[in-house]
Design a protein around this ligand. Structure first.
Ligand code: AMP
Ligand code: ZN
Length: 118
């Protein structure tokens, strides 16, 4: 796995253990940890270990990383027995609430989820 950490990126620092996090899962390609400000009983962030700024900036060669984060989300949802209803979310751009510019998939579940999201 080629690492390409970006200096000053909060999630790159979390992946490297330079900033503490509550780790939920890790493999060669992804790191998953509890959101510091949870919006549901399960609120996990799944990030590719390779720094990708966001979905807008993702290139075709990033497709496996982006897709695989969702596969990990499904695995965690299965483990947590929230398969009755959960949501994976990518906030794209500040207008949608993206505040950390290292691509991350939110896994939200464990409560009734309204539609459409706010
Ligand atoms: P977004 O708004 O989609 O960019 O999501 C960023 C998420 O990262 C938010 O839900 C924050 O609560 C979360 N967050 C920010 N800093 C930390 C941190 N140090 N550890 C865990 N989650 C964090
Ligand atoms: Zn990063």
């Amino acid at each position: 796995m080629m690492s390409n950490f970006e200096a000053g990126c909060l999630f790159c620092r979390i992946i490297q253990g330079q900033v503490p996090s509550k780790k939920v899962y890790e493999d060669e390609h992804t790191y998953a940890f509890q959101d510091i400000n949870p919006q549901a009983p399960t609120h996990v962030l799944i990030v590719p270990k390779r720094h990708i700024r966001g979905l807008k900036e993702a290139r075709p060669e990033d497709a496996v990383d982006v897709g695989y984060c969702h596969i990990v989300a499904a695995k965690l949802a299965r483990q947590r027995e929230i398969e009755g209803g959960y949501r994976t979310v990518l906030n794209v751009g500040p207008g949608a609430g993206q505040s950390v510019f290292h691509l991350h998939v939110h896994l939200l579940g464990g409560r009734q989820l309204g539609w459409p999201p706010g």
